[in-house]
Ligand binder design. Sequence first.
Ligand code: F0G
Length: 463
Amino acid sequence: MKYPKPTRRSWAEPFKIKVVEPLKTTTRQHRMAAIEEAGYNTFLLRSEDVYIDLLTDSGTNAMSDYQWAGMMLGDEAYAGSKNFYYLESNMQKYYGYKYLVPTHQGRGAEHIISQILIRPGDYVPGNMYFTTTREHQERAGGMFVDVIIDEAHDPESLHPFKGNVDLQKLEDLIKKVGAKKIPYISVAATVNMAGGQPVSMENLKAVRKLTAKHGIRVILDATRAVENAYFVKMREKGYEKKSVAAILKEMCSYTDGATMSGKKDLLVNIGGFLAINDRDVFDEARNMVVVFEGLHTYGGLAGRDMEAMARGMEEMTKEDYIRSRIGQVEYLGQKLLDWDVPIVKPIGGHAVFLDAKKILEHIPQEKYPAQTLAAEIYLDSGVRTMERGIVSAGRDPKTGENRRPKLELVRVTIPRRVYTQAHMDVTAESILEVYENRKKVKGLKMVYEPKHLRFFQARFKRI
Ligand code: F0G
């Protein structure tokens, strides 16, 4: 066989591998037993039984030698660790917010900001929900309202900024419930549940303008904001020549604070923070963090973890890094597109999202097509992915009814700096194999349903 000549020059990972961790391959029989024991939920598999782990990009990153070296400089003081001050100054440098409250991970920050700003009966608009973010908003007595543009719910729409806030929906909500009942809008930069889709700078500016008029705060979910900044550079007029670092800082400048899961953009395995400009909110957050996370200069983290995060900020904004990061996701996605496997378009920043509704169109949503598809891919090759559909959406807290999201997806999530292009090839081939045999696949029934964030621990049986 001859390879066709390339039509463009390739990028390559801007690093070489210094330490390796062997992977284990298993037989189909072994995997059958494992997925059955896991109740057909990939979250309940033992990672030992997984070959290529594409469950999540959260905390699964490979740290650099520079970050590992920093781990040895952990200042493990209970109070006032020098790693905290370094993290604080890098946060100010790269994100531009005034105050930092470290937390053990993203949801720690979501908990704190929700409890401080939301009063029972409030409404919290957002550009699509994220599981933990909405859970904390609801626990604080708030009601989440989706104000993302309609295109986000359509896997086929090629809108370049499917994460955008629909200003009309936001304005309608303000008119309906009044600005006093809206403590803030939560804007996610690259929207996870929509398929890793970015928000445009223009949209952020417009959200800022509209909310400022009504005295409503904007809180950014900055978890994957660097990936968003890269898309702005690639797709938005006027930003082609700007650095990703400058774009990130501009994005943050239209917001009042951010919740952050460091386990994504920051290239670490654990950590997060709340960043805020308002001194009073900061004082309250600093007071709350000591109750729930740890002292305000460590927030549940070791000094070494804060050092690794601070150094991660320096690496995440490097142009060659972010290009290869998004490039690898695109490589996998393009392969599937070339083979006509239905995925969410355009290809997202941190993952390729398979359109399970379309792939398993003979399985109704009540029989969990995405949950089923994730189990089938695992069975085929030991590649682990996750459900992002009706199971993840959970139940409406008021009516107790299942929420029925338009998107019924399987997320094939790429950890940062961990896998090679060959792993992407093996993954794509496994997905193709399952796709070609899709007609034989039957759905699942749920046999155990936890009360909160059910997707993590729910159990299923084959029909
Ligand atoms: N916001 C977004 C957009 C996220 O994707 C996550 C986590 C969080 C907040 C919460 O952060 O996990 O550090 O507490 N997402 C992971 C995922 C779990 O797999 O997408 P956390």
